[in-house]
Write a protein that binds this ligand. Structure first.
Ligand code: GUN
Ligand code: ZN
Length: 449
């Protein structure tokens, strides 16, 4: 196979036709954390954007002889990646030098987020951001807007046009931020409510109530966020928790009545089975136990945690306690849109704690594990019949180095597959994403010379 030239984004302005198609390739998914479903000579049959059949070419080809087939030779197809924590307005300030969380927010983040009052600007960055997700094989994400409802309007409109399964919300933030970025408890409640009524459940879109973190919300604002969750029980809650030690200490002094950081959110009714907390690096035993009891999820964001010097997330602890975990890029605190690179840094974070993250476990976190963390495992995350056909075509020999590392031909055992996947994760980036399909349709395809 040839080395890819510059990537091209295929037009996605017209909705995919509700037709049948077949993909032939090496296919695998992770139907559970400890199990791999590997079909070296596989067929994926898609009808009306959903998986109609998944199995071996030999078993299925006769049944679907008339259906048009795309053959991805020497490629690995996996379910689309799920990013459980990312800020679209921070795209342009990724990789900002020299500071840790609280200073980084003031110096870089807040001035950048101020630009999103302008709907045209928000639209332009949204389009760039969604192109970047698709180039990296990410098909679903839980996304922060800014405090401006315009930012979320722009995001949902563009995601709807591309028929993507996305969750997003307007930041609620009424203190400890510049005046030009602050709302009030009442305005944040009313604006969030309007956005929920307009967008939640429309097509493949969902709303997440989004208090930025306990530092930037008054108790009254958190209470009103909880009221929104009570009024709309199937919307999500996303926020940050226990990322940085200075932040944790500040939250302790702002909310002296709370037992700990999680309790600040709990007292406002924000800790439930649709709550996704980013980071969770410095959690107490009580907080871990409470997250488990509440069936809440954590977004593990290793590139961000290393870049901002926040600390090492204890993935083993989360797994031992059966807490739902997904991977988050946390762009722009995170330094890559790629969930492959994110998984690679996650592997190193585990290594520093004498814990070994396998390639399959890492891919589980990036696919069905992430879908579970977002309560979307009935819709996405694996090739189960009836699921939405969002998937990613990987090219494990995309660069000269990868071609040297990975021999030609199909892996003949699970060990060989694990080795190929591991090297693709460790050395991978957007160049190993050969194509991305949404509801069965190719929306991104690298161009070969
Ligand atoms: N805590 C509060 N806001 C943010 C943010 O924008 N990024 C990260 N990484 N942490 C936060
Ligand atoms: Zn974040």
């Amino acid at each position: 196979p040839s080395v890819p030239a510059s990537p091209r984004l295929t037009s996605s302005s017209s909705p995919p036709e509700r037709k049948s198609s077949i993909i032939k390739a090496v296919l695998f998914d992770l139907p559970a954390a400890q199990s791999v479903r590997y079909v070296p000579d596989g067929l994926l049959v898609i009808e009306a954007g959903q998986v109609k059949a998944f199995g071996s070419y030999g078993a299925l080809q006769h049944q679907y002889a008339d259906v048009p087939m795309t053959h991805y030779l020497d490629r690995l197809i996996v379910p689309g990646f799920v990013d459980t924590h990312i800020h679209f307005p921070q795209t342009e300030m990724i990789a900002a030098f020299g500071t840790q969380l609280l200073d980084w927010l003031e110096r870089y983040t807040f001035p950048t987020e101020a630009k999103f009052k302008d709907p045209d600007y928000a639209q332009r960055i949204t389009a760039f951001f969604l192109d970047e997700l698709l180039k990296n094989g990410t098909t679903t994400a839980l996304v922060y807007g800014t405090v401006h409802p315009e930012s979320v309007e722009a995001f949902f409109a563009e995601a709807e046009r591309r028929q993507l399964r996305m969750i997003a919300g307007k930041v609620m933030m009424d203190r400890h931020a510049p005046d030009y970025l602050c709302d009030t408890p009442e305005s944040s409640y009313a604006e969030s409510k309007r956005l929920i009524e307009r967008w939640h459940g429309r097509g493949r879109l969902h709303y997440a109530v989004t208090p930025r973190f306990a530092v930037t919300s008054s108790a009254e604002q958190l209470r009103l966020a909880g009221q929104l969750l009570a009024e709309f029980p199937d919307v999500y809650l996303q926020t940050h928790i226990s990322e940085n030690l200075h932040e944790v200490a500040w939250v302790g002094s702002l909310f002296p009545e709370a037992q700990d950081y999680l309790d600040v959110y709990d007292r406002a009714g924000l800790v439930g089975d649709r709550s996704v907390f980013a980071h969770g690096i410095h959690l107490s035993d009580r907080e871990w136990a409470r997250l488990h009891a509440a069936k809440s999820a954590i977004a593990f964001c290793p590139t961000s945690n290393l870049f901002l010097g926040s600390g090492l997330f204890q993935l083993k602890q989360a797994c031992d306690r059966a807490i739902k975990v997904g991977l988050g890029t946390d762009v722009g605190g995170g330094t890559s849109f790629s969930l492959l690179q994110t998984a690679a840094e996650g592997y190193k974070v585990c290594q520093l704690q004498q814990h070994t993250l396998s390639a399959f476990q890492a891919l589980f976190l990036a696919t069905l594990g992430g879908a579970r963390a977002l309560s979307l495992d009935a819709q996405i995350g694996s090739f189960d019949v009836g699921k939405e056909a969002d998937f990613t075509v990987l090219h494990p020999r995309a660069t000269p180095l990868l071609a040297l590392r990975n021999p030609q031909g199909t892996p003949e055992s699970l060990e060989a597959l694990a080795d190929r996947l591991f090297s693709t994760i460790m050395l991978g980036c957007d160049r190993v994403v050969w194509a991305t399909h949404i509801l069965g349709e190719s929306v991104y395809q690298q161009v070969s010379i």
